[in-house]
Design a protein around this ligand. Structure first.
Ligand code: NAD
Length: 491
């Protein structure tokens, strides 16, 4: 990568990681930095990263405008070829990316290597293919020939959260690029490092300068400079509802289309006719990655007659979970990302205690000198309890019972969120009825997390606006135009 200012690379566990922004095909440093520490050992400072400001945002937007002029005119096939090149680089560097993401976010190394980072390469490949199928529609009516033309929209700002940052960011950048937009990606400040690695392969893949830019910085500082600039034509955000409200206001000011993938409070509904063992095992796996998974089924709803049987099995599976270093392949429970985040999780549990909710197990830090929190199960005093109604984003689940199907649906739909749901039943008709009745963007029956990248993905209520996935994201990143030509008026 070409350097234009003082800056450079830091060596982390033998892996060289860029500490600067990537703008217009060049490494660009800021005079000030922010530090990144490892949740595996908070005394371990991993890097000082360039702290973007208003000037960085302007530079990135100007570069993206230049990049857009070239990229938007390239054919979908040519764009796809370049995106596939980037996917090849990801595939060739899975171990490296997984190690860095494990160190700065503490996601389990095993799942990063086997599942999460390979999915990032698939994100680019899937959209490289989809873009070539993105055909225009043509028909005759009222004496005119109508042609629907999909035009690339312009520079897109993509802002991403700290959990699974590499996979989530590539999932959002791929459709923007495939549609012909240039991109300015702003990763989260708590886990920016894996995306710094990505910058190293962008030029080699063949992206013209300015097409794919990555700027680092603190969200409340650089974020508004990006989202408030009228030259930005799309804003795609994943993160919390609180930040989405700020970004939504900026989008409204410039009348710019905006999608938001936000938090969740998924119900995991277990009927008496289900494979209770499979349901208990899946419920216990909701503690993985310290519960820092937006799609997690964090509200366990169990049919009354099987509560004790289910909880016995669930407890056995949870006792088998192993807390430890996320690099250790036997570890299943990683630490929280950051001391501030752990403090939030602790506050939720402390409020639950004060509220009279029953802590069935857990409810404390695992070790005083680390960021691990014990897997925690709470039986709330009522459905209005804060632990039922608000996303905790930690290893804290609630359990409630229901009497019948109607009550299960009522409880499942009783929060302001609507991102995901999980249903365990062996009854096909019940699976269909309940699956259709849960108000969420995705509902899984007898499984969890399996995704087809062409299916729509998103949330209802405060879980989000708009849909990602397949053609839905390509539509978002395009401006549609109808061209009408009077029949017989041209030869
Ligand atoms: P967050 O909202 O605090 O931050 C997300 C991003 O927004 C970060 O990059 C941050 O720097 C940036 N940001 C902060 N303030 C900004 C501002 N004023 N303007 C522009 N950008 C700003 O969220 P988080 O804590 O990083 O992520 C956790 C949340 O993300 C949880 O609620 C989780 O459920 C959600 N999430 C949702 C999905 C999904 O697909 N629906 C996926 C992962 C995470």
């Amino acid at each position: 990568m070409k350097k234009t200012a003082e800056g450079g690379y830091v060596d982390i566990d033998g892996i060289s990681v860029c500490t600067d922004h990537f703008i217009g095909g060049e490494q660009v440093a800021s005079p000030t930095t922010f530090e990144v520490r490892s949740p595996l050992d908070w005394n371990w400072k991993l890097a000082e990263i360039s702290r973007g400001d208003a000037g960085t945002a302007v530079r990135a937007i100007e570069a993206a405008e230049q990049g857009f002029k070239i990229w938007s005119r390239m054919s979908p096939t040519e764009r796809g070829r370049i995106m596939n090149n980037l996917a090849d680089s990801i595939d060739a560097n899975i171990e490296k990316i997984a190690t860095i993401e494990c160190l700065d976010m503490a996601m389990l190394l095993d799942s990063l290597e086997k599942r999460v980072i390979p999915r990032a390469a698939r994100n680019f490949r899937a959209y490289a293919n989809l873009a070539t199928e993105h055909q225009e529609r043509m028909w005759n009516s009222n004496g005119t020939r109508n042609t629907v033309i999909r035009m690339p929209a312009g520079p897109a700002v993509i802002i991403t959260p700290w959990n699974a940052p590499f996979m989530l960011s590539t999932w959002k950048c791929a459709p923007a690029l495939a549609a012909g937009n240039s991109v300015i990606l702003k990763p989260a400040e708590w886990s920016p490092l894996s995306l710094s690695l990505l910058a190293d392969w962008i030029n080699d893949a063949g992206f013209p300068p300015g097409v794919f830019n990555i700027v680092q910085g603190i969200g409340r500082e650089i974020g508004p400079c990006l989202t408030g600039d009228p030259r930005v034509k799309r804003i795609s955000f994943t993160g919390s509802p609180e930040t989405a409200r700020h970004i939504g206001r900026a989008a409204a000011e410039n009348i710019v289309p905006f999608t938001a993938e936000l938090g969740g409070k998924g119900a995991l509904v277990v009927f008496a006719d289900a494979d209770i063992d499979a349901a208990a095992q899946k419920a216990s796996s909701q503690f993985h990655d310290s519960g820092q998974v937006c799609l997690a089924g964090t509200r366990i709803l169990v049919e009354e007659g099987i509560r004790d049987d289910f909880l016995e099995k669930f407890t056995i599976y949870t006792k088998k979970q192993i807390q430890g270093d996320s690099r250790d392949m036997t570890t299943t429970l990683s630490p929280a990302i950051h001391p501030d985040h752990l403090a939030k999780v602790e506050a939720f549990v402390s409020n639950a205690r004060k509220n009279g909710d029953k802590i069935i197990f857990g409810g404390r830090r695992w070790k005083q000198d680390g960021l691990w929190y014990e897997p925690t199960l709470i039986e709330p005093k009522s459905n209005d309890s804060e632990v039922v109604q608000r996303e905790i984003f930690g290893p804290v689940l609630t359990v409630q019972t229901f009497a019948d199907e109607a009550e299960s649906i009522h409880l499942a739909n009783s929060t302001a969120y609507g991102l995901s749901g999980i249903v365990y039943t062996r009854d096909a008709a019940k699976a269909e009825r309940v699956g259709r009745s849960i108000r969420a963007g995705t509902v899984w029956v007898n499984t969890f997390l399996i995704r087809d990248l062409t299916a729509p993905f998103g949330g209802i209520g405060i879980s989000g606006i708009g849909r990602e996935g397949g053609h839905y994201a390509l539509e978002f990143h395009s401006d549609l135009k109808t061209l009408q030509v009077l029949e017989g008026s041209v030869i």
